[in-house]
Design a protein around this ligand. Structure first.
Ligand code: SF4
Length: 344
C-alpha cells in the first residue's frame, strides 16, 4: 500500500526526505506548507529544491483520499464525498457556511471518524450497514484540509459518520495536528458521542483538545436502549456520571443533544424527565429536529413542538436551544450522511 505525506510521522518524513536528496529541515517546510498554509500542491512549494519536489510529486501523494463528488445545497452547505482508494471505503464531510451572508467568520466543518458506524441508531443513515472500518488519523486530518479549501473555517464538529470515542487514538492524533499546526483552537472543536462511560472517563484524562457533546436522545432508559442500540443496558445515570466526571476533569461544560423524533421523544413528559435528570448540572441542551432519510420509520416533530420543548426546559431551569440542521435538501444534514460508494 503506497504511503502518503500525511500518513508519515515526523521522523518517517525526515527519513523519506533525506533518502530522496533533501535535508531534514525540508520536512518541516513541507508540513508547514500543507498544514499551516493549506498548500496541497508540491509545485507551489518553491522553497524546496527542484529534485526533491519532483520526487515528492512522483512518489508521495499529499492526501490518501480522492474527492468523488461535491454538491451544494440551497443554503450553500457543501457536501463532499471522499473515497479512500488504498484502504477502501468512503465518507462524507460537510462545510456549513454561516446563515448570515454578512458573517465573515468562516464556516463550520462536520467531519467523520469511521467508515459506517457500529452504533446503529435507527434514525440515522450513517449506521446503515454497520461499521466497515475506523479511519486512520491522516484520513480524519485530510477532511480538515479539504474543508479549509472549500472555504475558511471558524469551527469544526466531529459529528459526521461514526462514533468518535470508538476511534479515539486516531482522532486525538488528528486533532493534535488541527490544533497545533492548523491553528483551530480546542474551544472551536466539538466532538459528539453517544457517551460510552468508560471511554468518557478515559478521554477526560487525556487532556482533550475539544469540547464535548453527548447525544442522549432521551432521558428514558428503555427508550434509549432502542434509540442507541450499541449502548443497550448502559444506564443513563452512568452516562451522566461520566459527563460529570468530564466536567470535573476539564472544567468544560457539556452539551447534551436530543435528536427530536416526532411523537417519540418530543412530548412534554420527555421534556420533564430530561429536566429532572439534568437538574443541577452546568450544561446545555441542543435539540435537533430529526432529518428524514429514505426507509426510516420516523417523522419530524410537528411545527412548534421543538420550540415548546425548549421553552419547557428553560422554564425548568436549563439552558436549551433548537438547532435546525442545514443542507437538508442535499442529504447533508445531521443523521443523513452515509457511505455512498462501496468498494469491492
Ligand atoms: S447517530 Fe451517530 S452514533 Fe448513531 S448511528 Fe448515526 S453516526 Fe452512529
Amino acid at each position: 500500500m503506497a504511503s502518503t505525506l500525511l500518513a508519515l510521522e515526523a521522523d518517517a518524513l525526515v527519513e523519506w526526505v533525506t533518502t530522496h536528496g533533501g535535508q531534514a529541515f525540508h520536512a518541516k517546510i513541507i508540513r508547514s506548507n500543507v498544514l499551516e498554509r493549506g498548500v496541497l500542491d508540491y509545485d507551489q512549494m518553491t522553497s524546496l529544491p527542484a529534485d526533491l519536489r519532483a520526487a515528492l510529486v512522483a512518489e508521495l501523494p499529499i492526501l490518501a483520499s480522492a474527492e468523488t463528488t461535491r454538491t451544494v445545497s440551497r443554503d450553500k452547505t457543501v457536501k463532499v464525498l471522499l473515497q479512500f482508494p488504498d484502504r477502501g471505503g468512503s465518507v462524507e464531510m460537510v462545510h456549513i457556511p454561516p446563515p448570515d451572508k454578512a458573517d465573515t467568520r468562516g464556516a463550520t466543518l462536520c467531519v467523520s471518524t469511521q467508515v459506517g458506524c457500529p452504533v446503529g441508531c435507527p434514525f440515522c443513515a450513517s449506521g446503515i450497514g454497520g461499521l466497515e472500518r475506523n479511519l486512520e488519523a491522516h484520513e480524519i486530518l485530510e477532511q480538515f484540509l479539504i474543508g479549509r479549501q472549500v472555504g475558511p473555517l471558524r469551527r469544526a464538529v466531529v459529528m459526521g459518520m461514526g462514533e468518535p470515542l470508538l476511534n479515539m487514538e486516531a482522532l486525538n492524533t488528528a486533532l493534535a495536528a488541527v490544533h497545533d499546526e492548523m491553528g483551530l483552537g480546542a474551544r472551536k472543536i466539538t466532538v459528539s458521542t453517544v457517551g460510552f462511560p468508560d471511554r468518557l472517563h478515559k478521554a477526560a484524562r487525556q487532556k482533550p483538545r475539544f469540547e464535548l457533546a453527548i447525544s442522549l436522545h432521551t432521558a428514558d432508559d428503555p427508550q434509549r436502549d432502542n434509540l442507541v442500540p450499541a449502548m443497550k443496558g448502559v444506564a443513563i445515570e452512568d452516562i451522566l456520571a461520566a459527563g460529570d466526571d468530564w466536567f470535573e476533569q476539564t472544567g468544560r461544560e457539556i452539551t447534551y443533544e436530543i435528536a427530536l423524533l416526532g411523537g417519540e421523544n418530543d412530548t412534554p413528559w420527555h421534556a420533564q424527565r430530561l429536566a429532572e435528570r439534568l437538574a443541577g448540572r452546568r450544561c446545555m441542551v441542543n435539540l435537533i429536529p430529526w432529518n428524514p432519510s429514505p426507509g426510516m420509520n420516523f417523522r419530524r416533530p410537528e411545527p412548534g413542538t421543538p420550540e415548546a420543548f425548549r421553552d419547557d426546559l428553560i422554564a425548568r431551569g436549563l439552558v436549551a436551544t433548537v438547532r435546525w440542521s442545514r443542507g437538508l435538501d442535499d442529504d447533508a444534514a445531521c443523521g443523513q450522511l452515509r457511505q455512498r460508494v462501496k468498494q469491492g
